[in-house]
Write a protein that binds this ligand. Structure first.
Ligand SMILES: [Zn+2]
Length: 151
């Protein structure tokens, strides 16, 4: 995970200042709900961040419209990354909360071109629980979805 961590108060974070034009950025795209700009860390060439214009701390704070717009912008940027850099792989990464790996508390998504031996490390500790346990997890989520958890 990146070493940079922004500890600014909500609404005064580095991305809000960037959206407001108070700090410079290498912007590549913007629309009514989102903005896309080069990540200064550039894990690989062409690494872009897509953020909401409004300060929504995490995915859970974004409106459905903002979440959809962010994915549409990420899709658009991914097509541009393919055209401009032609990487053999591409990854979207969207982190929420410190334990989720989020380092700037303003909703954003990474569009990351991937290459063989690019140094990006990600572990995925599979657990493969019994089917009954999996069914229990699904039931909990179905109940939550039916009770309405949009806010
Ligand atoms: Zn912000």
């Amino acid at each position: 995970m990146p070493m940079f961590v922004d500890t600014s108060p909500p609404g005064q974070c580095i991305f809000c200042r960037l959206v407001a034009g108070e700090i410079p950025s290498a912007k590549v795209y913007e629309d009514a709900l989102t903005i896309a700009f080069m990540d200064i860390g550039q894990v690989t060439p062409g690494h872009v961040l897509v953020a909401t214009r409004r300060h929504a701390a995490t995915l859970l704070d974004a409106t459905p419209e903002e979440a959809a717009a962010a994915m549409q912008t990420a899709h658009r940027v991914a097509l541009a990354v393919r055209a401009a850099f032609d990487p053999p792989g591409l990854m979207l990464l969207q982190a929420n909360g410190a334990l989720g790996g989020q380092t700037v508390a303003h909703f954003h998504m990474h569009v990351v071109p991937r290459h063989e031996a690019d140094g990006i490390a990600f572990t995925w500790p599979r657990k493969e629980p019994p089917a009954a346990v999996l069914a229990g997890y699904a039931e909990r989520l179905r109940a939550a979805l039916q009770s309405g958890t949009r806010d």
